[in-house]
Design a protein. Structure first.
Length: 282
């Protein structure tokens, strides 16, 4: 019997963004930010390259989608290019047919053909298990809350992974049409913050860089600061931050890694740097 599904790589045009938005908002009705305008910014305007993705169709209807944004990085001392998955969805009427696995396999094959070395993803308590059928675990993300900014130790530690952010890419990140960002200083150190939706709490996205924003920054959220990510260079004992217990986290996140080179490579989990600016939580 002929396969009832058709698989196509992500198309970067108005019709493609509209179809993806319609599917995502069906699957995630509370995610009102997933508009065609947002997808055109997130998928199409990234100065590091257009998103790689795959869609599944049943007839003319899009019933499955997965995409990953692309970026340069330092990976165990070498300049490489990788991806980070940002959206994955299957229409409720088409679940249980391994569509997500087939979509991701097609996306990984295309990414490898284009020269990308790996793909990252963050899984919550529901999605981590399914992700680990295709990815390998790196580490659970740390979550801390406090005042001011964390302090980096001068330890000489070289990260096994760290995304490389150019000024142009940071300006693109701050141009998120659905984001609310502010730049602040603490002890004369700059930081990029994002609103979290929690009263009085701002998420720390990036530190120690002043970014020429394409739009006037908004009011600084605060006074509490949320830090979510991984960075072994931070001196938490010297910072006014406390870990958030697992029982108080609405959805603990795990960072996972997929090697696309065929060699089964995994960076040292203890030296991974992964900050709030590197993923799509805010």
């Amino acid at each position: 019997m002929a396969d009832e599904y058709r698989f196509e790589m992500l198309k970067h045009d108005a019709r493609g963004y509209e179809q993806v938005s319609n599917l995502l908002r069906q699957v995630f009705p509370k995610a009102r930010h997933l508009t065609p305008r947002y997808l055109e910014w997130h998928y199409g305007r990234n100065p590091d390259g257009k998103a790689v993705g795959c869609n599944a169709f049943a007839g003319d209807d899009m019933v499955g989608h997965m995409a990953a944004v692309v970026f340069p990085c330092r990976l165990e001392g070498e300049d490489r290019r990788g991806m980070y998955t940002v959206n994955g969805a299957v229409h409720p009427g088409h679940r249980g047919r391994r569509l997500q696995s087939r979509i991701s396999a097609a996306m990984f094959e295309e990414a490898a053909r284009l020269g990308y070395a790996f793909c990252l993803a963050t899984g919550n308590k529901w999605s981590t298990g399914p992700l680990l059928t295709r990815f390998r675990m790196l580490r659970p993300l740390e979550a801390r809350i406090g005042l001011g900014l964390p302090r980096l130790r001068d330890s000489g530690l070289e990260p096994s992974f760290e995304r490389t952010w150019s000024e142009e890419a940071l300006r693109w990140r701050m141009a998120n049409p659905e984001g609310r960002y502010a730049q602040v200083r603490s002890a004369n150190r700059p930081a990029l913050l994002s609103a979290t939706g929690l009263p009085g709490v701002g998420a720390i996205l990036h530190q120690d860089r002043v970014i020429e924003s394409p739009a006037p920054p908004g009011p600084a959220p605060g006074p509490l600061r949320l830090w979510l990510g991984l960075d072994p260079r931070i001196d938490w004992k010297g910072s006014a931050f406390l870990p958030i217990p697992m029982r108080l986290r609405p959805s603990p996140l795990n960072l996972v890694y997929k090697d696309l080179t065929g060699g089964g490579f995994l960076p040292d989990p203890d030296r991974v740097v992964f900050r709030g600016v590197d993923f799509d939580a805010y």
